[in-house]
Ligand binder design. Sequence first.
Ligand code: ATP
Length: 719
Amino acid sequence: MILMITAPVFTTCSHLLLRHSDHSSSPPLRHESIHRSTISSFKRRSVSTSASSSSLLPQPPSRPDKASELRALWKRFWKVAAPFWFSEDKNQARLRLAAVFALTLATTGISVGFNFLGRDFYNALANKDQEQFTKQLLYYLCGFAGGIPFFVLRDYAKETLSLRWRSWMTKYYLQRYLKDQTFYKIQSQSLIDNPDQRIVDDLSSFTSTALSFSLTLFSASIDLISFSNILFTIYPPLFLVLLLYSFGGTAISVVVGKGLVNLNFLQEKKEADFRYSLVRVRENAESIAFYGGEQNEMQLLLRRFRSAFDNLTELLIASRNLEFFTDGYRYLIQILPAAVVAPMFFSGKIEFGVINQSVSAFNHILGDFSLVVYQFQAISAFSAVIDRLGEFDDLLDNNISRENSHTVEEIELTYQSAGRSSLPDSNGSIQSRQNQKLLEIEELTLQTPTNGTTLVHNLFADIYDKDHLLIMGPSGSGKTSLLRAMAGLWRSGKGKITFYLNSQDDFTQEKYDSHENSGKKSSGDVLFLPQRPYMVLGTLRQQLLYPAWSTTMEATPGSSKIDGSLPLLIRDDGVDEFNKPTTDDLMQTLEKVRLGHIVDRFGGLDSLHEWSSVLSLGEQQRLAFARLLLSQPKLALLDESTSALDEANEAHLYQQIQSAGITYISIGHRQTLTKFHNKILRISTADPKSMDRNWRMEDASAKGSLYGPLNQEEVPSES
Ligand SMILES: Nc1ncnc2c1ncn2[C@@H]1O[C@H](COP(=O)(O)OP(=O)(O)OP(=O)(O)O)[C@@H](O)[C@H]1O
């Protein structure tokens, strides 16, 4: 494959540029870390924009030599580029790539033809041979008519292949980004900056630049073969001039433009930071408006824009300096070959048309040889793109939580078949229960993932079918974190959490995630309701069906014209369709949560609105309960999910989920919640010096504790 052959050359060019940038002046601290990352592309580090900019990834002990840096850069390029060419779409991809190269070959052939036509045309002109001139003019016009479509088709085929490659890679990166809650780990642990920009901008420029460079190098080789004969025939020293000119030009442009590599890298990042802060203003519009925080936002936005602007100013100055050279280099080509062969014309050794022919041949070869001079900006940006994507790719391939865990041990999360739960209780006592055990927590010690602070010590708990557990405790004691551990988002700590679900087989978290039903466990078995419900972009119907039933992606208008088989569509599996609630089900459920009126108010179930803005927080919380009633999970985890509701509505919703037979674990501060639960788990803020239990399990109906008093200070009153 041509990419395999040509890519090392790009990485070599990039490497050349990178090595030069190594000597640029010392930027400030974060700047420095980015700079280092650009020049040492083997390194895996963080350039986080948020609080933590320290790398959580391992750093190599010493700087490697040039050869191993080059190998690492090439490896990184290949790791990012290769999967598409070996994917399920490989046949189409390779076929299209072959077509693009065939068209490039054809265009080179046509260029050689034009070169000879041009020679004869100018000879006829110089000889004042009108008949020959008319004939050559006709040939020229026919040549244009026949040849130009090849140039247009070559570009079109290249662009569509690049689009196809980008589509495949976008899906490939999105799948891994959303798998195993990787997006959450990247965000909550500040592992890399702006993953959205890497998926949108970096993938786009990677695919188009890799293809363009492949073609440029390919045509350079073909041009060299095709035109070398012409140049040799005319005047062999012209070759020497060409080599000197191109190598000299490359060396000078690398020296003049050395700062551009780093500036390009920073520009991408600063623009992304600025865009991200604007998105945050949009997302938090109401809170900012209530706070009257416009001035602060303005300052923050301007600071970020200023940073991008300052960098762009430096970039423009560096580009201007480079262009003083490249423009001169470009224009000198127009006369240089003519100047070299002119003495031969004056001495009558060659005809006038040959001068034109030599200019054309010289331009062809030199244009391709001067890739670095002409494409300096593009190559420097490409180096940054390889680095950013390679880093992202490595992160998506690794198990983040394991790499960054503060302890060797981890919380073990297991899903077992329901039949296996008829074993003794984890606290040692055997309770005679008719109900099925759904959840068992054993010796759970929970720690925060970033700094390893212990939140809960040595917790034991059993949740049976139709059990309702209320978790209470002071703010910051770790209530939500306990639900995070149950959802598999946090693994730092030790102990065991076992869910007894409907599946026939037993799974660890890893096996469950790689299972073909991966992603369905929350919809079928466990559903989490956060305090601020997440409103998806879409219709009211889509809000209600989220997350249990995915909706098929709407076709982009006109997309089939370009490429009907782009590997983008999301499958809607038949099982989901079979159980999907009807419009009547949705309406009834909305009535159950006392939201029937919003259907008329907002123009029906299929109307589109910015739901997080047009519904009150209490209405959004009721909508979340409607999702719960529709998806009927075995176990619901409710994190202060009625906090915005009045007591009457809260009681109504709890009655609804109780009568639907859903087992739930709630977090809440209100005493009124106790009457909807039969167990209360009280957590107190953990004492870092003590290894004692900081929790107590109570029977909600009785005053006494099930598992004894708290070993440290009494839990403060919740009201
Ligand atoms: N990603 C994180 N890294 C480190 N510490 C964290 C992280 N997320 C939360 N914490 C800390 O963990 C502690 C427990 O947080 P958690 O959200 O579980 O508290 P909570 O009991 O639910 O509080 P509240 O009642 O206020 O919602 C807090 O001190 C918080 O600062």
